[in-house]
Design a protein around this ligand. Structure first.
Ligand code: PLP
Length: 403
């Protein structure tokens, strides 16, 4: 039985998404900008997709959403585009635990003369509000870019509150959130009037939001960028005047249709899916703690995504855990997919000051609405044995140290 527990890296395309996309490859393949009548069908598919996505985020004006190729592009667009449009401000605030699609762009901004504040996190991966408030510089801070949910630990940052504080400090400070891991799993409202759904988080003070279709059962290669109307930002991809001149490039019609269908589908069973995932997470983590000695759940005391468990097993090495898991056809990850393959410990866990003896033995299991209880049981069946065997062989293991 193959167990796929790496949904924060990517998700399977949902069958209904694939079905919705199918007509736009061989039949309705037209360029939506073309003038002849068949192309109008492609254009209207993009229009409908944008309207559906706007409704998903409780936004009245669909033009506030741009289609991109991925979350990395959306993040690059925001940081470079906001800087280009607001040249007098030279300070950016982010965190030490962002995805490289934000961190590396911030490093590039430093090379271009910007000052970047990288906010630290505590042992549970949480931000400190006092640090945040101190970092905001009225009149000088250009942009705050803070992720909603962390891809490695699932820790959720209080974006609604952080965005409100930024606007209260200086309404001209722009606020961006990389919501790649939370969109579809945490209900959110970007309306200026606040949420209609009382369970949705209120992102009325968020100016820019990024996400990526392949994290919520749409295919890889399509992303989304929310740009609040009236917010100063320059385009990132320059060329043709698609997307109202804000993002050049012929629209990827099938993938855009697929992304809209994926969000529509997510909304239909959102509450039940989240409840089920949260129940499975609680069981999974309590069993891991019960069955394996010297183990901790990273971010275990913080508010977290219901689909992510990042577990550190002291005195073992993460890459070996992954190889062993693969022997049992269990797909998981150590740190983020982008850094696995290198022996560098995760920058997120380092920022959380996870001790040396545990940081290398970290495994991320991330689930989706397709995850079954049988898959969870399978992991619980084999994982403790793997850890025990690796510890027996490890020079770092407590037993071996004592012998
Ligand atoms: N931001 C976060 C939080 C992510 O988890 C990822 C991917 O893992 C990205 C950005 C980049 O997404 P993409 O590969 O679609 O550009």
């Amino acid at each position: 039985m193959l167990v796929y527990a790496d949904n924060n890296a990517t998700t399977r395309t949902a069958p209904e998404v694939f079905e919705a996309m199918a007509p736009y490859f061989c039949d309705l393949f037209y360029n939506p900008s073309s003038m002849y009548p068949p192309a109008a069908q492609a254009a209207s598919a993009v229009r409908d997709a944008r309207a559906g996505i706007a409704a998903f985020f409780n936004v009245g004006n669909p033009a506030e959403f741009l289609f991109t190729s991925c979350a990395s592009e959306s993040n690059n667009h925001v940081i470079f585009g906001a800087a280009a449009a607001n040249p007098t401000r030279k300070h950016i605030i982010t965190t030490t635990v962002e995805h490289p699609a934000v961190l590396e762009v911030c490093r590039e901004m430093e090379r271009r003369g910007y000052r970047v504040t990288y906010l630290p996190v505590d042992r549970q991966g949480r931000l400190n509000r006092v640090d945040y408030v101190r970092a905001l510089e009225p009149g000088n801070t250009l942009l705050v870019t803070i992720m909603h949910a962390n891809n490695e630990t699932g820790v959720v940052f209080p974006i609604a509150e952080l965005a409100r504080i930024a606007k209260e400090t200086d309404p001209e400070i722009l606020f961006h959130t990389d919501a790649t891991q939370s969109v579809s799993k945490i209900a959110m409202s970007l309306s200026k009037n606040g949420p209609r759904d009382p369970k949705a988080v209120d992102f009325r003070n968020v100016d820019f939001l990024s996400c990526s279709g392949h994290k919520f059962h749409a295919p890889k290669g399509v992303g989304l960028l929310f740009l609040r109307k009236g917010t100063a930002i320059r385009p990132f991809l320059i060329g043709g005047h698609q997307e109202g001149g804000r993002r050049a490039g012929t629209e990827n019609v099938p993938y855009i249709v697929g992304m809209a269908r994926a969000l529509e589908r997510a909304a239909q069973t959102h509450d039940a899916d989240v409840l089920r995932l949260a129940g499975m997470q609680k069981y999974f983590e309590s069993e891991l703690l019960r069955r394996i000695p010297d183990v901790e759940i990273n971010g275990g005391e913080a508010t977290r995504m219901p689909n992510t468990t990042n577990v550190s097993c002291h005195f073992v090495e993460g890459e070996s855990i992954l190889y062993e898991l693969a022997e049992y056809e269990i797909c998981a990850s150590s740190g983020s997919a982008c850094t696995s393959g290198s022996l560098e410990p995760s920058h997120v866990l380092r920022a959380m000051k996870v001790p040396f003896t545990a940081i290398h033995g970290s495994t991320r299991f991330s689930f989706s609405r397709y995850t079954t209880e049988a898959e969870i049981e399978r992991i619980l069946e084999v994982f403790p044995g793997i850890i025990q065997r690796l510890r027996n062989a490890s020079p770092f293991s407590r037993e071996n140290k004592h012998s």
